[in-house]
Design a protein around this ligand. Structure first.
Ligand SMILES: [Fe+2]
Length: 279
């Protein structure tokens, strides 16, 4: 299978989170993640900051409405659609109000909706602390099925995998551009979104985010630490619905290396200390 998503230089553009109280959630993201809050037609709320956008809609707590990825250009998007159609990926209409009619969406084996489209041109964004939206991770009971779906039906590339002592695949990290992972998957009793992440780039910007969180009286729930796979530095906070938000730095840029296998354990998830294992 060709790595079509990687050839299309696909990147995470926005995510819709559902909530019984989307207004409160949007206000939290506006303050915590340094974004402007807008109300869209139809009542959805949009938070927008530099290279980061989050949507909030009515629905169950901790439910991801969809994750939306943008391709480099129209050719890349067309190739990706042809790949998905040729591989019989279940296609659905794009639910995203931020992408145009050229966008398409697929439903993965767990029912997660993932949209592919083009980033709007002339899309002004407010200034703010650096941290583009960068990856989303999913919880599932069947990591192999999720890995096969995104690699075979969309052309994501595998970067790293984690196996337990019994030889079961417990985590996989996949990429759709040169960054180590734009999509990850953990074996977990909680099916759906696990967390989403903003890539601050440089380590001292993690300090800036922590200082910013301090001004909002938001405590870290995990970190600082360094992940094994991806080698990225990280901190985590939780939003009022209990969704996990990561701010990361120094994520590995993938060149030509083989898929690496890691042992399922605390040290893989955090080389520096305590880990939150999902299974
Ligand atoms: Fe992450």
């Amino acid at each position: 299978m060709p790595p079509t998503a990687v050839h299309a230089e696909t990147f995470l553009h926005h995510i819709e989170l559902q909530s019984p109280n989307p207004g409160a959630l949007a206000r939290f993201y506006g303050a915590a993640m340094d974004m402007r809050v807008e109300t869209l037609e139809g009542g959805r709320l949009l938070c927008v900051g530099p290279s980061r956008r989050m949507l909030f809609a009515d629905g169950p707590q901790q439910k991801m409405g969809f994750a939306a990825f943008a391709c480099r250009d129209r050719d890349g998007l067309d190739d990706l659609r042809a790949h998905a159609q040729g591989a019989d990926a279940p296609m659905v209409a794009s639910p995203s109000p931020l992408f145009g009619p050229e966008a398409f969406a697929v439903r993965d084996p767990d029912g997660n909706i993932v949209v592919f489209g083009l980033a709007p041109e002339n899309d002004p964004q407010p200034k703010g602390i650096t941290g583009p939206l960068q990856h989303v991770t999913l919880g599932t009971s069947d990591v192999t099925a999720i890995e096969k779906f995104y690699t075979e039906k969309l052309g994501f590339l595998l970067s790293d995998r984690v196996f337990n002592e019994q030889g079961d695949l417990t985590t996989c990290f996949m990429r759709s551009n040169h960054e180590h992972h734009t999509l990850g998957c953990f074996r977990s009793p909680k099916v759906g979104i696990d967390h989403h992440s903003y890539e601050a780039g440089e380590w001292d910007r993690i300090r800036d985010w922590c200082d910013h969180f301090a001004t909002k009286d938001i405590q870290l729930m995990w970190g600082p630490g360094r992940h094994g796979p991806g080698n990225n530095l990280f901190i985590f906070i939780a939003d009022p619905d209990g969704n996990w938000i990561e701010v990361s730095a120094e994520i590995e840029i993938m060149r030509d290396r083989k898929v690496k296998h890691w042992p399922h354990g605390e040290r893989t998830l955090n080389l520096w200390g305590r880990a939150i294992l999902r299974s």
